[in-house]
Design a protein around this ligand. Sequence first.
Ligand code: IPE
Ligand code: IPE
Ligand code: MG
Length: 263
Amino acid sequence: MTSYTLLPHDLNPQALPKHVAVIMDGNGRWANQRGLPRIAGHRQGAKVLKSLLRCCKDWGIGALTAYAFSTENWRRPTSEVDFLMLLFEKMLRQELKEMHKEGVRIRFIGDLSGLSSSLQKEIARAMHETAGNTAVDFNIAVNYGSRNEIVHACQQVARKVEKGEIVSADVSEALISEHLYTAGCDPDLLIRTSGEQRLSNFLLWQLAYTEMYFTNAFWPDFDSGEFHRALQTFQARDRRFGNAADTVAVTEKVAIKQAALTA
Ligand code: IPE
Ligand code: IPE
Ligand code: MG
């Protein structure tokens, strides 16, 4: 990891998102703009992810989930797919020791059975070695598709019903959440880079009440300053979860108080 960074003064440490999710998009366009091959963008993107993890840990954000490869990304040219798979493996080998030392708990989410056996081995090792760490949860979505994840969760729940462990009336939102790869931990903030404003099959269930932040910056340019801006925006939002707006609540409180005083 890079050197320690301090939480910017204008951010309220009590009101930070507990869980940030990122759709790391724009690596190819970043490279293209520089006359470089797309893989150069992916290489730079991996460095940026490492710095973001550093920020999360230093600033007290407990979980980071990054979309690294979707179930749809297999449609790309084989050479790019192969490069990405090797990059994931290389990064794991290279960074595992330091991440472990920093207290990072690494988890991969997605259909891991579709990955090469050597990558599966590195993933299993990283997850096993860091399972007891508590400083920051780092989830990497590889061969991840949200619809696929929901189908997988439903199959597991259906199996439990078949075995008679539960009855259909036991199927609840909480039970489905528990069977998702993220196991009930929903992001507070979703960031997507590169100007695209879509989810591309990422965490469809988990993002039900997540704040969304879109920036035109390409992922390889998403530095701590960009993250700072995303957090400023997040802290200026009013998360209502279906409640009445805060302003309405305040006006109501004032009216009730005045009514009580004049009574
Ligand atoms: C995101 O960057 C990385 C992955 C999807 C693996 P892209 O490769 O999608 O970059 P653009 O969108 O083509 O610029
Ligand atoms: C989403 O980016 C997937 C990842 C960032 C891993 P894409 O570049 O694949 O998404 P689309 O195809 O533009 O929607
Ligand atoms: Mg893209």
